[in-house]
Design a protein around this ligand. Structure first.
Ligand SMILES: [Zn+2]
Length: 434
């Protein structure tokens, strides 16, 4: 156990978490009722700022991402939208006195993906409905439940009168689902620490690797006309098939290559997802343009720019096999995620402390997982030398209909974070007496 605290301290904090449970659940429900999709984060960020300030007593700052400033930094991903009125919120609990332990960032994203088509849901996506041990709603699992957990972990420690040996910084960020520029903003503004945890909901396990992700857009041009002259026109939707097939061929190609060791047990580590397609405006018109948007995964250690060049060359080569596309070359551009993969050394102190905290809560050894998606941990680990991993609740259907979180696991995550904070930050002598 860390200095100046013992199992009685931990028991007191755990009991406090049990006693505050109703408050934590209702806090999570309130968060879940904000439809905080891209561009609509302002109301929940105002709510979070008030909570950090008034409920947790933190020194709170809201910062709107400054593209001018962050676009020069490694890890930046180019957005196609504005950051106006879309702040990140940061609350600091400054430790009083000389630093005795290690400082910590606890970060979560409040941006969520679309809930559409809402008709597929059995519950209101913004209702935060509780049925048994589950709470349903878009963003409840990914990842408002994790934010509720670290807020209530810190709240319990504070309300037990414990003084920590180092600073704790809580962050409610935006843009995790598209660029990571929310997290990058906090780092660029100087919010750094000796370690960070992000409670992405991978089910009470530590994260040891994640793939890289890029987004691309392919514009296919045909030659539009009225349908009666369709034999002389070139249908852009039909020509888009060539590119869709090329993306599928690329997917097969990259997954036929030797796997990165961290992903050796993953069946299909590198997904190429065709996520959007736009074309046409009238049943009797031959569409002259078709736009496909896709997401490509790649292994840790690869430069996102190199992958972009590779994908582009591969697709253009496939396109050249088509007579029309040979002369009317598809336009391939990139925006959003420019995210490198991450492979972590789990022998670092952060992981050992997390393993211990998990064991104190569950009585079991903590497992590790790898994910075939990206999270904000890449920015901390790759560009700021801040050891960072994910550990969060159990749930299912993230990014799908009827997303839910298991509330019992949220309570366990709350306790694990509390145990982690005590160990990592340390406790000032005399402040943990019953
Ligand atoms: Zn997430």
């Amino acid at each position: 156990m860390g200095t100046n605290w013992n199992k009685h301290t931990l028991k007191k904090v755990f009991t406090h978490i049990d006693e505050s449970w109703e408050g934590e659940v209702s806090f999570l429900q309130k968060m879940g009722q904000f439809p905080s999709t891209l561009g609509n984060e302002a109301p929940i960020q105002e709510f979070m700022a008030q909570f950090f300030k008034n409920e947790l007593g933190l020194v709170t700052e809201s910062i709107v991402p400054d593209v001018e400033k962050i676009s020069k930094l490694p890890g930046y991903s180019p957005p196609e939208w504005t950051y106006e009125n879309r702040p990140v919120v940061i609350g600091t609990w400054k430790s009083d006195g000389p630093k005795e332990g290690k400082s910590l960032i606890l970060q979560g994203h409040v941006d969520v993906v679309s809930a559409e088509p809402a008709s597929l849901w059995n519950y209101d996506p913004w209702g935060a409905t509780i049925v048994g041990d589950k709470m349903y709603g878009r963003g409840i699992q990914d990842m408002k439940s994790g934010i509720a957990a670290f807020c209530y972990a810190l709240k319990a420690i504070k309300e037990c009168g414990i003084e920590l040996g180092a600073d704790v910084i809580l962050e409610s960020v935006i843009e995790e689902e598209c660029t990571g520029n929310g997290a990058l903003t906090t780092l660029a503004e100087g919010y750094i620490a000796d370690g960070a945890l992000i409670p992405e909901p991978f089910g009470l396990v530590g994260l040891k690797a994640q793939v890289g992700v890029i987004w691309l857009r392919i514009k296919v041009t045909g030659s539009g006309a009225h349908v009666e002259r369709a034999d002389r026109a070139v249908n852009a939707i039909e020509k888009a098939y060539v590119l869709i097939e090329a993306l599928q061929t690329y997917r097969k190609h990259i997954n036929s290559q030797p796997k990165h060791p961290d992903f050796s047990n993953v069946n299909h580590p590198l997904n190429v997802n065709i996520g959007m397609i736009h074309s046409g405006d009238w049943p009797s018109n031959v569409p002259s343009e078709c736009t496909i948007e896709a997401r490509v995964g790649f292994y840790p250690g690869e430069d996102p720019q190199k992958i972009k060049d590779e994908v582009k060359a591969f697709l253009l080569e496939e396109a050249r096999k088509d007579e029309w596309l040979r002369n009317m070359e598809p336009q391939i551009t990139f925006y959003g995620f420019h995210a490198a993969g991450v492979s972590l050394d789990t022998n670092q102190a952060l992981f050992k402390t997390l393993e211990m905290a998990h064991e104190r809560t569950t009585g079991e050894k903590m497992d590790y997982t790898v994910i075939t998606a990206t999270t904000d941990i890449r920015l901390y680990n790759l560009y700021y030398d801040i050891p960072t991993t994910c550990y969060g609740p159990v749930g299912d259907n993230m990014h799908g209909a009827d997303e839910w979180v298991d509330l019992n696991s949220v309570k366990e995550v709350t306790k694990t974070y509390a145990a982690f904070i005590l160990d990592w930050c340390g406790v000032r002598a005399g402040s943990s007496q019953p």
